[in-house]
Write a protein that binds this ligand. Structure first.
Ligand code: ATP
Length: 295
């Protein structure tokens, strides 16, 4: 079973000039981590909120842990499966005056499988004072608290929107280990959006790249990193490569630097490995440039 199955999803907010989600389809197999990347305003939060059921969509369908999210949101079906979902959103999640201790008590009455011992362990691990009010926490502390809650009710699926941003490298590394540990159980899955692509490279099995509301690339991380490479050459050499070999390029005084599809470039060329960041930047630029040309 897929942990998440999104099919042909469309969403346009009122008064928006373009859809925030345009025919988006993607699957997250159980036991896997899917990383969602894309520039500011690409549609990542909208997609994650649609998956949680907090943003209504115009077309398409979403199944979460085998349940139709739209039917559940309209109370047409049993929505107990929501207990199995842990969500961390980039925005404030709790009332300002509540302490971490109070939040734990409230969660105990919300989640059937709430694990107080696990929650307290996270508070300790993250250095969070259970007597401090939410409004007195720093941004990073608030994020850690949301993660502690999401991971303390035996969820099967974590939906994490920018959950590691604002956290220092040591805590981020600690969290990535936690997420890895979480998905060791093949019934556990994670959808995570982040601008910190190095974090995603560490934990993701799949990467989906969303650009202006459309999925422009979705594959296993390894397939994506294997497919592309960076080529330094002259503009003339670049122009002679076969169609589809160049996914994006930039020129400088020293020649051209291009993101190329390895299988479409002769073996004699020296191609360097590429990071996820490079791939995203070049592909986004390639799409924007081709739009300019088409104008
Ligand atoms: N409540 C809203 N009303 C109107 N438009 C919205 C609303 N929320 C988001 N949008 C628009 O939808 C598009 C996608 O926004 P979204 O927040 O999903 O992007 P994102 O990829 O999460 O961006 P970021 O990386 O900056 O968080 C943007 O054009 C944004 O302006």
């Amino acid at each position: 079973m897929e942990a998440i199955k999104v099919s042909n999803l469309g969403k346009r907010y009122k008064k928006s000039s373009r859809p925030s989600l345009d025919n988006v389809s993607l699957d997250l197999p159980q036991g896997c981590v899917l990383g969602l990347v894309g520039e500011n305003g690409a549609g990542k939060t909208t997609l994650i909120k649609a998956i949680t059921g907090s943003v209504k969509f115009d077309s398409g369908s979403i199944e979460v842990l085998g349940h139709d999210i739209d039917a559940a949101s309209q109370n047409k079906t049993d929505d107990r499966f929501r207990q199995d979902i842990g969500t961390v959103l980039a925005e404030d999640s709790f009332p300002e005056i509540m302490t971490a201790g109070m939040i734990g008590n409230v969660m105990k009455s919300i989640y059937i499988n709430w694990d107080s011992a696990c929650y307290n362990r996270y508070l300790e691990k993250f250095g969070l004072d259970s007597k401090k009010k939410y409004k007195e926490y720093s941004r990073g502390m608030k994020m850690k608290l949301s993660i502690a809650v999401a991971m303390s009710h035996n969820a099967k699926l974590l939906l994490l929107d920018e959950a590691t941003s604002g956290l220092d490298p040591v805590v981020r590394d600690q969290l990535l280990d936690e997420f890895n540990e979480f998905t060791r159980d093949e019934n556990h899955s994670i959808l995570i959006s982040s601008h910190i692509t190095s974090d995603l490279e560490k934990i993701c099995d799949y990467i989906a790249f969303i650009h202006e509301g459309r999925i422009v690339m979705c594959d296993t991380k390894d397939a994506i990193l294997d497919k592309y490479g960076i080529l330094h050459c002259t503009d003339d050499v670049l122009a002679e490569l076969e169609d589809g070999a160049v996914a994006g390029s930039k020129s400088s005084d020293y020649g051209a630097e291009a993101l190329v599809v390895r299988s479409k470039v002769p073996d004699t060329f020296d191609i360097s490995p590429v990071s996820l960041d490079d791939i995203i930047v070049y592909i986004a630029r390639g799409i924007d440039n081709s739009k300019e040309v088409g104008r």
